[in-house]
Design a protein around this ligand. Sequence first.
Ligand code: HEC
Length: 147
Amino acid sequence: MRRIGSVRAIGAVAIVSLLAAGLIATAQAQPKPGGVAAGSPGSPYKPVQSLHHMMEGQNKLLKEIKAGIIDKALKDAMVSAWILAEISNSNQYQNEDPAYRELAVRVSQQCVELAQTLKKGDEKAAMTQLNAVGQTCGACHDKFKKD
Ligand code: HEC
């Protein structure tokens, strides 16, 4: 009986510790004074990553889509196309210039169409659309990327 009692006691301590850890985690998730929690109603949208990281991600996804089409892994290519559509949608908030935003939105829309083509399984059309996406990437680089 004593043994069972101490096992129960250990169990109770474990539960209390877990609850305490949960409370601390919740407290840490609260926005800092003066800050705004991501996704708060009415807060302006702000990408979480720098432009540089966003571009590296876009590049990775573009390569994945191409590899997926070549390897006939169209489902994988479609998933990457949807992610690229979302990242590019977010890219418009990296710059206030309307021309920048228009090009970012264009890439996003082209990727939505590409994802839909990949779902249908039309590899040839998908490759043509992928090239068009690449051209829009390039159009923005010509105008906004200084090197
Ligand atoms: C609306 C504008 C815009 C679009 C669209 C765009 N980019 Fe970029 N990209 C930029 C800018 C601006 C830079 C320069 C970033 C810097 O100076 O840090 C850049 C840089 C890059 C770089 C170099 C890494 C770096 O940060 O210097 C890569 C790779 C890249 N982009 C890939 C892509 C790919 C792939 C696409 C299309 C799927 C794309 N970009 C679409 C604006 C754009």
